[in-house]
Write a protein that binds this ligand. Structure first.
Ligand SMILES: [Zn+2]
Length: 358
């Protein structure tokens, strides 16, 4: 095995051509008591070009603090090359509008090439109603004309909601047309794969390419985060090594497939005791069905090590921690069943791949 990947300071990480920065490491929409973790977001940097994965709450201010922008320039989105959204849960998307609306004030005006944004396409069909038989009132469909939009449609509608600001700044401040700054893409599933959003389990498949440039080749695979569909894990193959980001997922073979032999696996994790306290037999509102439902969509501390072991990854980095206020010592139990290197992620933790330059 090559060296272990240990967290670096921003200054140390800046010596590496390929680096990974955890911008935010909390999962879930709640504001966790006693935790200062920001919402889930990660940056991969190769050759000074930044690739952003998910836009959880606070990613923007965290990006400023991360030192990823060019030296001496405190805004820094001029190096942002592409953005990838794992799935359309609010905790991964809530600060996405910030990117669309603030980028042109923070480095992305006058770009030579548009920022490419890739995310899951339209789900196509509504998910089933959980515990339908037990519900007194069934929910009315929200926005029935398009109840399950994908990345392209969501992005266009977000921009429409801010048309006044956008028109004002293009007319009054001669800002570049946002349609030249961003290009939106729905990630298309390969033909014949996973085309039943309400089917279970997620079908086994091979990773498929969604993006490639001179720095990086990015592949995706479906992971198990029912009823959200599609939900993806991403793999970044760079000249200095491979980085895999699990997105949100229960234990699933596809994650092992895409993570095989990766240098860094950034994996989500959930604390079962927290779920138990919320819904378990001794909780104020016991609900074994809902508990099972939540557990199927996430990977517990006890389950993540064996997944990383099967994939044979060098270093497992826990992120998207639910709840955000579980102590680090408890997350460290994820080492059980994993013979590689475990790091419990913290906001603004950096990793360098390959050898330091210069
Ligand atoms: Zn999710």
């Amino acid at each position: 095995m090559t060296r272990k990947y240990e967290p670096l300071t921003a200054t140390e990480a800046a010596k590496y051509r390929t680096r990974v920065t955890l911008l935010g490491t909390a999962g879930g929409p709640p504001w966790w008591d006693g935790s200062d973790r920001n919402g889930i977001s990660t940056a991969v940097t190769v050759n000074g070009q930044v690739y952003l994965i998910d836009c959880g709450e606070g990613w923007g201010p965290q990006f400023r603090k991360s030192g990823l922008g060019p030296a001496g320039f405190q805004k820094g989105l001029d190096n942002l090359r592409a953005v990838f959204i794992t799935h359309h849960h609010s905790d991964h998307m809530v600060d996405y509008p910030n990117l669309l609306l603030l980028a042109w004030h923070n480095g992305s005006d006058g770009l030579k090439q548009p920022i490419q944004i890739h995310g899951p396409g339209d789900r196509g069909v509504l998910p089933p109603i959980f515990d339908e038989d037990k519900r007194e009132h069934l929910p009315e469909v929200f926005h029935p004309k398009s109840p399950t939009p994908g990345l392209v449609e969501s992005s266009e509608k977000l921009l429409q909601a801010y048309a006044l600001d956008i028109n004002d700044r293009m007319r009054d401040n001669a800002k570049q047309d946002l349609r030249e700054i961003f290009q939106f893409h729905d990630i298309e599933l390969p033909a014949g794969t996973g085309d039943d959003p309400n089917g279970n389990p997620t079908p086994a498949m091979d990773p498929f390419e969604i993006y490639r440039d001179e720095n990086v080749r990015i592949t995706a695979i479906l992971v198990d985060h029912r009823p959200i569909f599609p939900a993806f894990a991403f793999r970044f193959d760079t000249p200095d090594g491979a980085i895999v980001i699990s997105g949100d997922t229960g234990v699933c073979q596809n994650l092992v497939t895409i993570a095989e032999g990766a240098d860094l696996l950034l994996h989500e994790c959930i604390d079962l005791d927290w779920v138990d306290g919320l819904l378990g037999p001794d909780s104020p509102k016991p609900d074994p069905n809902l508990m099972q439902h939540m557990l199927a969509a996430h990977t517990a501390i006890e389950q993540v090590g064996p997944q990383a072991e099967k994939a044979g990854v060098n270093t497992l980095v826990l992120t998207h921690l639910v709840p955000g206020n579980t102590p680090v010592e408890k997350w460290q139990k994820a080492q059980v069943g994993f013979s590689g290197n475990l790091v419990v992620g913290e906001d603004l933790m950096h990793f360098g791949l390959g050898e330091p330059q210069g």
